[in-house]
Design a protein around this ligand. Structure first.
Ligand SMILES: Nc1ncnc2c1ncn2[C@@H]1O[C@H](COP(=O)(O)OP(=O)(O)O)[C@@H](O)[C@H]1O
Ligand SMILES: [Mg+2]
Length: 470
């Protein structure tokens, strides 16, 4: 990501100020500038051979060398008077020009200040200017450039009109609900011209949604990565806040795994690809953002899948830049079942908290179980405590795999992935791998055509299981 780049505007402002400051003495010193080149050289009679002498020479002599003029050579009294009179005129002109230059500097500085404020406008500022649907940026030109700006590092986010969101979502109709979040629903939106997107509406009594809205906008507008959901625009209307994202046609990993289809759309290789894509997104946040970003709420409902099952990390409402995490006001947040023990117990937040959550997602992918399952009305069990003893037992492991993918993978690969998952959910954070290491261990397990390096000769899974040296 780009850390926030400094705007060129202050530079312009300061350079224009410097320009003026450099120009000012020149303006004051240069007689051509001082009198506009029109002052006759009255000190020298027109007929004098010295007449072509430069105005600079004249001004210099009138400024300081008058005393050096020998009395004998002094012209008649009226000429001295004319010279003094002219001197005063030049002084007045110089002062006037200096004042004009001064006013120009002040105006330039004010203008630069205003432009700088506009450029740096944060979501906080949007509240002030956006409440009445004014100051809109036309959506269509930005959407026309959608593909190009996805790869751009520039922050191009459309401020969208409420009426266009209302129309595109069929007045936020239930039939367009894609998912339900903590502060409202996410809707499918069909805009004029055939552009489709997902619109998250945030609102309610709890003012926390405003913080999450601002946080998500602030971070997402600075992040562009193929495994992070793209931000398209936003809107503020009365008490509601809206975030518009690229549409992820296959919804969330949670719905795919635990919804009506129970993971049947997700083959072993697709699951490995989803794990790899998620690791790539996390690696980008941890290793390539400056300062690093900790997602803090990685879970299967925040991993979205596009029409080709490319996975992208979403929901940055709780994410923090590492620079901010030491601030005492950071509220303990996350989702039970995914929260790392050291964060839950001691509030200790590091990139390794995301690695723990990633391990839980990996277990969900392998086992097809939810991170916390109800055993009895008052008894819950976490996937980690339930699975841990069986994950490290090679004879038991194949028996606990999601029935949908059972016996469809090379056992050697299964053991490898299980070992990665076990490492990621270690209670001691320093025993967990970095996400970069996880990423590199997954690449050989994903077929090349799905973004990994596995040269897959797609054999009958059962055959490959028997052939496995393990
Ligand atoms: N871009 C999107 N495309 C498709 N579905 C989405 C999209 N964004 C969110 N959803 C759906 O809405 C759900 C809630 O969205 P999310 O951003 O996680 O909200 P919250 O911050 O309230 O958890 C997701 O789990 C997913 O099912
Ligand atoms: Mg969410």
């Amino acid at each position: 990501m780009g850390s926030m780049r400094a705007s060129p505007l202050p530079l312009l402002a300061s350079s224009s100020s410097i320009f003026f400051f450099l120009l000012l003495p020149l303006l004051l010193c240069s007689p051509v500038a001082a009198d506009g080149g029109t002052t006759p050289t009255v000190a020298s009679p027109p007929s004098s051979p010295a007449a072509p002498a430069t105005a600079v020479g004249d001004l210099a002599s009138s400024n300081g060398d008058a005393a050096a003029v020998p009395p004998a050579a002094a012209p008649t009294a009226p000429l001295v008077e004319v010279k003094h009179h002219h001197l005063r005129r030049e002084l007045i002109i110089a002062i006037a020009l200096a004042s004009i230059a001064g006013v120009t500097i002040v105006l330039a500085a004010l203008y630069a200040g205003v432009m700088w404020q506009r450029y740096r406008r944060t979501p906080d500022d949007f509240k002030d200017t956006q409440s009445t649907d004014t100051a809109r940026i036309a959506l269509v030109p930005i959407l026309n450039n959608f593909n190009s700006f996805k790869s751009s590092k520039k922050c191009l986010v459309a401020m969208m009109e409420y009426t266009s969101l209302e129309k595109a979502t069929g007045n936020f109709s239930d039939s367009n609900v894609l998912g339900i979040g903590g502060f409202g629903c996410v809707y499918k939106a069909n805009f004029d011209g055939g552009f489709v997107a997902a619109v998250k509406r945030l609102g309610g009594e709890d003012q926390e949604y405003e913080k999450e809205f601002e946080n998500e906008l602030d971070l997402l507008q600075r992040i562009r990565h193929s495994n992070i959901v793209s931000l398209v625009g936003f809107c503020i209307h009365e008490d509601n806040r809206f975030i518009v994202y690229e549409l992820m046609e296959n919804g969330s990993l949670e719905t795919q795994l635990h919804g009506p289809s129970h993971g049947s759309a997700l083959s072993w290789h697709i699951r490995m690809k989803i794990a790899l894509d998620t690791a790539r997104g996390l690696e980008y946040l941890h290793e390539h953002c400056s300062p690093p970003i900790i997602h803090r709420d990685l879970k299967s409902s925040n991993i979205l899948l596009d029409s080709d099952f490319n996975a992208k990390i979403s929901d940055f409402g709780l994410a923090v830049s590492s620079g901010n995490r030491s601030k005492g006001n950071l509220k303990l947040s996350g989702t039970l079942g995914y929260v790392a023990p050291e964060y839950l117990l001691d509030g200790k937040l590091t990139e390794k908290s995301d690695v723990y959550a990633f391990g839980v997602v990996l277990l969900e992918l392998l086992l097809g179980r939810r991170p916390i399952e109800k055993m009895a009305p008052s008894q819950c069990q976490s996937i980690v405590t339930w699975a841990m003893p069986q994950l490290i037992d090679r004879s038991k492991l194949p028996t606990i795999i999601d029935p949908v993918i059972k016996n469809t993978m090379d056992l050697k690969h299964l053991y490898q992935v299980a070992a990665v998952a076990v490492l990621c959910v270690q209670p001691e954070p320093s025993y967990r791998p970095l996400i970069t290491d996880v990423l590199h261990s997954l690449i050989p397990l994903v077929p090349m055509e799905l973004g990994g390096s596995l040269r897959a000769t797609l054999e009958s899974p059962r055959v490959s299981q028997h052939r496995s040296p393990c």
